[in-house]
Design a protein. Sequence first.
Length: 117
Amino acid sequence: QVRLVESGGGLVQPGGSLRLSCAGSGFTFRNCGMSWYRQALGKERELVANIPRTGGTTTYADSVKGRFTISRDNARNTVYLQMNSLKPEDTAIYYCKARPPGGTGYWGQGTQVTVSS
């Protein structure tokens, strides 16, 4: 059974940091590109960051460039999102997605991030 489990969300003050984790099981993690998405209340889900299966060139949404860093540990079947200098507009549910070659992808259940003073 395919599972993606996000963790690490919570409440943080503006300017603070959080690190999200997403652990995968039930599929070949190292063969999948991995992504983080987010969805704020009343808005569409948007792509935040991508990392290829080899952990090479990463890409980011303009709104998070220079503040967020995506990384992966294939030995632990885990992808991370380090979020620094958080802003209230970063408040959203954050989802990870596994992108298998030729497949439609798998989603996690999401973790809430709230940035507020």
